[in-house]
Design a protein around this ligand. Structure first.
Ligand SMILES: Cc1cc2nc3c(=O)[nH]c(=O)nc-3n(C[C@H](O)[C@H](O)[C@H](O)COP(=O)(O)OP(=O)(O)OC[C@H]3O[C@@H](n4cnc5c(N)ncnc54)[C@H](O)[C@@H]3O)c2cc1C
Length: 487
């Protein structure tokens, strides 16, 4: 390490303290590799500031030294968006120390939290005042609110409450030059000019570092009912959804679909998760109803709709969960999909969203085309069918992925099939995971030229030196030339 790198470490330590600057390779390891283990980068330091002022000071320092900044939350993202590149001029900024709940207001139905809060901690803080924070996803025990905002996370409750964008009332962010954007307002209505906070939601850390947010709360679900349905066809799930919406309206909280092949992948690789039902059909649908009133029997209306669905030939079988434990066991299967796939082979994952009525055709066409092009692939699918978002995943035997060039060509071939079919059905290639590094070339291929032009214009305005999470979403047009001397 050069003397100037030592100076950088000293400069960062002067801001956050020695204990919060990580420079040794073994200690940096969890922060320079993505969740899938696909990307590995390097960093001068991983820095953990303890306040918004410290984040701003670190960012100003990095801007001054022309060091790239990589904001990182829980590092559970699916697209390599929180992984530094291998240039060694990166500073990874983590907000693990910024986990304060600044305010909870049952009157305004809001919670104001620092961006390093783990999602599950925010859910618990809301529950402590008899409120509900509805964002829910498999990584909720480790992903952070800053990451959820920056990916506009979705998950299993979008059908009723919307994605993270719908749950953020206000936010605070440190801009790439170190200025602090103070949009931390709990106002339900605010038409004073452009809605600037929206820029940071889903921006994947490319426009600034989110340091705190005001989030919406809701009355907690006090009654619930859950069923697992066995289906032959995807469009049957949508017909069941339509019947449920007519019968129970907004009580329909979640509608999650898994292919048989998806569940088989979990059964084969995640030993601590038991599959509490027999696999007899190609598709499995989890339906959950909730109500904010206690003591409401939701099993009755659910059973009524399910019985109609069975009579109409829309489902082969339906199992109503008879206890909280049984409902949890069914959810455990759904929450294990990412783990199961990761253990099952090389994952070529997709996040397409298409109009609801096109979903069945999309799924059938994509699967047939992938199997025709790559017969050795295993196609598994799971997703949020009520949102039009089914994750199509091709699992490839790892032994076939030893050669990086051949693997890249294989992935490109599969991506092209999914992207073309997504476009043909009027959809978009990312519903909730974002672009990061993984999908950057795909975005360049399918995106509208004007959209990319506008996005680049916003990036240029806020980050003219291209230092904030460079090369994520799109390749940087202008990389600042740096050298160890400059650092
Ligand atoms: C088992 C499992 C299940 C999952 N299920 C879902 C799901 O159902 N739905 C879904 O949407 N996602 C899902 N994900 C993906 C992931 O959990 C989400 O994208 C999550 O929102 C990422 O949060 P994070 O804190 O881990 O962010 P990271 O992975 O650390 O970062 C993600 C992006 O946000 C940026 N970022 C992080 N913190 C900040 C900040 N404070 N300010 C600015 N930028 C920041 C990073 O630079 C990066 O671009 C799942 C992941 C796993 C492992």
């Amino acid at each position: 390490m050069t003397g100037s790198f030592q100076n950088v470490l000293a400069g960062l330590a002067a801001i956050v303290g020695d204990n919060y600057v990580i420079d040794s390779a073994p200690d940096q390891e969890p922060y320079v590799v993505d969740w899938r283990g696909r990307y590995r980068g390097r960093a001068v330091a991983v820095v953990k500031p303890g306040s918004t002022a410290e984040v701003a000071a670190v960012v100003r320092y990095c801007a001054d030294k022309r060091l790239s900044i990589v904001p990182q939350g829980g590092n559970t993202g699916m697209c390599g968006a929180a992984t530094p590149d291998d240039s060694a001029f990166n500073v990874v900024i983590r907000l693990d120390r910024m986990r304060r709940v600044r305010d909870v207001s049952p009157l305004a139905n809001t919670i104001t939290v620092e961006a390093g809060c783990i999602l599950a901690e925010v859910q618990a803080a809301a529950a402590a005042v008899d409120r509900h924070f509805p964002l829910s996803l498999g990584a909720e025990g480790s992903c952070q609110i800053g990451g959820n905002i920056s990916t506009n996370a979705g998950g299993t409750a979008v059908l009723r409450y919307g994605p993270m964008r719908d749950l953020v009332l206000g936010l605070e962010a440190v801009l790439p030059d170190g200025r602090i954007f103070n949009g931390l307002r709990a106002l339900r209505k605010d038409n004073t000019g452009y809605a600037l906070k929206q820029l940071f939601i889903g921006a994947e850390g490319t426009l600034g570092i989110v340091t705190a947010a005001v989030l919406k709360l809701f009355a907690p679900p006090r009654s619930s009912a859950l069923a697992l349905l066995k289906l032959q066809r995807v469009d049957h799930a949508l017909q069941i959804m339509q019947r449920l919406r007519g019968a129970v309206g907004d009580r329909l909280g979640s509608l999650e679909m898994m292919s048989r092949s998806q569940i088989e992948a979990i059964a084969a690789t995640v030993p601590h998760v038991a599959i509490p039902f027999e696999l007899t059909t190609p598709w499995y649908l989890i339906v959950e109803l909730t109500d904010t009133l206690a003591g409401i029997d939701l099993n009755e209306p659910l059973a009524a709709v399910l019985s109609e669905a069975l009579d109409a030939g829309l489902a082969e079988d339906a199992v109503l969960a008879s206890s909280v434990a049984q409902a949890k066991a069914i959810w455990a299967v759904r929450h294990s999909v990412s783990e199961g796939n990761k253990r099952s082979g090389y994952v070529v994952s997709h996040d397409s969203v298409v109009p609801l009525e096109r979903q069945a055709a999309f799924v059938a066409n994509v699967e047939a085309r992938i199997m025709a092009a790559v017969p050795h692939a295993r196609v598994v699918m799971h997703g949020h069918i009520g949102d039009g978002n089914i994750h199509v995943i091709a699992l490839i035997d790892r032994d076939r992925c030893r050669d990086p060039d051949a693997t890249a060509a294989l992935v490109a071939k599969i991506n092209e099939i999914v992207d073309d079919e997504t476009a043909a059905q009027g959809g978009a290639i990312s519903a909730e995971h974002g672009i990061g590094i993984t999908n950057r070339d795909r975005l360049a291929r399918v995106a509208d030229a004007l959209d990319v032009d506008l996005m680049r214009g916003i990036k240029q305005l806020l980050d003219p030196n291209g230092l904030m999470n460079p090369d994520k979403i799109f390749a940087s047009e202008r990389r600042t030339t740096r050298s160890a001397g400059a650092a």
